[in-house]
Design a protein around this ligand. Structure first.
Ligand SMILES: Cc1cc2nc3c(=O)[nH]c(=O)nc-3n(C[C@H](O)[C@H](O)[C@H](O)COP(=O)(O)OP(=O)(O)OC[C@H]3O[C@@H](n4cnc5c(N)ncnc54)[C@H](O)[C@@H]3O)c2cc1C
Length: 451
């Protein structure tokens, strides 16, 4: 280990502390087998600049890590420099202007707590420990995003250290192509974002959740109902189905209907989730809970205590769907029949992409979203389940309209994640801002999208 106040703390491959400095960044406990040549844990922007310049001198490619929640461990690459940005986690809130400046290493849950006293809100990721950095760059399906837009829509500026070590600001009017790219390039962004300038929202007066649980044998009826009713669900309700081997309350393989809701009052919230209480499949449900008020902090932590467990070897894959559910149902049945043990789970999310978003790299989204999360605890055979998510998503490719970078698996299954036109623009911007390829690109691309 080498402590140098202008360069951060560096660990070279083979040195004491190196393995922990690499693997300790990752939410998933899987070992990707890859290792950088050096990890630099930076403490401030000057140290970021020094590290980027050093990488240039040494001819090293750079991989970046903010919260380390990339399922694919995109931040851990073979060779080069890994820049650990987790210590850049400052939060400055301007309540009067309803804006914030936040470091990339800030955790979504910490940001939420900082906003509570100001009665302000930001659509941050659903789990407490997700880093703002990777979340905002890839798009960001956050709390109340159907109403407030994806996370990156709420970014109005970024401060970025470029490949040549210069620190620049980017917004709609300054380095606009860099700003455009940062809102959707995700794990292929070609600069180090050291600060995000964010637009905040008034905190909803009511936040809570409606829940209903079915046994897995009702999969077909429940999914058909959900798919049919989805487009009519109010935008302040995050309507989703979770296939869980240990579903809440029944503690057996089941489908949890989960509907967080954000509203001005309990009454309004109840009206917006009544479609669950009164659904045509309600008599099949094992449990229907009333709408319960909950703090966002509670909901963020509950997700990590029940589903997104740490010390678990995770892998994930996903797809957007647009068509009717019927042809996908046999595939969903197979997914359920082969589902690895808890905490592995399947998310079907009612998305209903709005007709228009701002012009930004994020550009592929459709009516519904399907994601498979394979989470293997101690003692569970990895060889048996490791490709579960990849293989099922591959078999459903005829119905896929692309993927979301949040749950990307590009290294194992390249797929389309922005429109072809936007990919061409991203390539142009990368060639301009990172001509020597200092920053690692995405781990995999479709042949048509290859550079
Ligand atoms: C438990 C859990 C819950 C999740 N919930 C949600 C959710 O609700 N909504 C959602 O949309 N996604 C969700 N995700 C996905 C998550 O948003 C992405 O994996 C995101 O990339 C994580 O950000 P991070 O900073 O923690 O990850 P990291 O692994 O640190 O970053 C991922 C990649 O982003 C790039 N990157 C990160 N920081 C920077 C930076 N400062 N400058 C330049 N590039 C950078 C790097 O290429 C890096 O490899 C979840 C993931 C997990 C594990």
């Amino acid at each position: 280990m080498q402590r140098n106040p202008t360069k951060g703390t560096a660990f070279r491959r083979g040195e004491a502390g190196f393995e922990q400095a690499v693997l300790g960044t990752s939410f998933t406990a899987r070992d990707p087998g890859r290792r950088p040549g050096i990890v630099v844990q930076v403490n401030d922007v000057d140290e970021v600049i020094a590290a980027v310049l050093q990488a240039g001198r040494d001819g090293l490619r750079i991989g970046m890590c903010s919260g380390g929640h990339s399922w694919a461990q995109n931040h851990i690459r073979e060779g080069g420099m890994m820049l650990d940005l987790s210590r850049l986690n400052a939060i400055e809130i301007n309540a009067a202007r309803m804006t914030a400046v936040v470091g990339p290493g800030c955790l979504g849950g910490d940001f939420n707590l900082a906003l509570v006293n100001h009665k302000l809100f930001f659509p941050m990721a659903h789990a407490y420990t997700v880093g703002i950095g990777g979340f905002l760059l890839q798009g960001g399906f956050g709390w109340n995003s159907p109403q407030l837009g994806v996370g990156c829509q709420n970014v109005f500026g970024i401060d970025v250290v470029l490949a040549d070590g210069t620190l620049v600001h980017a917004s709609e009017t300054e380095n606009a192509d860099l700003f455009w790219s940062a809102r959707g390039a995700g794990p292929g962004f070609f600069g180090v974002v050291v600060r995000f300038h964010l637009k905040l929202h008034a905190r909803p007066k009511f936040m809570g959740m409606k829940m209903q649980v079915f046994r897995i044998k009702h999969l077909e009826q429940v999914m058909k109902w959900a798919d049919g009713v989805g487009p009519t669900v109010a935008r302040n309700v995050e309507f989703q189905m979770v296939m869980n081997p240990k579903a809440a309350i029944i503690n057996a393989h089941g489908i949890e209907v989960i509907a967080p809701v954000f509203a001005d009052s309990w009454k309004e919230a109840r009206e917006h989730v009544d479609f669950i209480t009164n659904s045509p499949v309600r008599s099949l449900a094992s449990v229907t809970l009333p709408l319960l008020p909950m703090s966002l902090n509670f909901m963020m932590k509950a997700g990590e205590k029940t589903l997104f467990l740490s010390n678990t070897r995770w892998s994930a894959d996903n797809m957007w769907m647009d068509g009717p559910i019927d042809p996908v149902l046999p595939g969903l049945q197979r997914i359920a029949e082969t589902q690895p043990p808890h905490p592995s789970h399947v998310l079907w999310l009612n998305w209903n992409a709005p007709p228009k978003r701002p012009d930004m790299a994020f550009s592929v989204e459709h009516r519904t979203y399907l994601a498979l999360y394979c989470g293997l605890g101690q003692g569970v055979d990895e060889a048996k389940h490791a490709n579960w998510a990849t293989e099922h998503m591959r078999s459903l490719e005829p119905w896929s309209r692309g993927i979301q970078l949040a749950d990307e698996n590009l290294g194992k299954r390249p797929a389309r994640f922005v429109t072809d036109a936007n990919m061409a623009r991203l390539d142009q911007a990368r060639a301009k801002y990172d001509p020597q390829g200092r920053f690692h690109p995405w781990m995999g691309r479709l042949p048509a999208q290859s550079t």
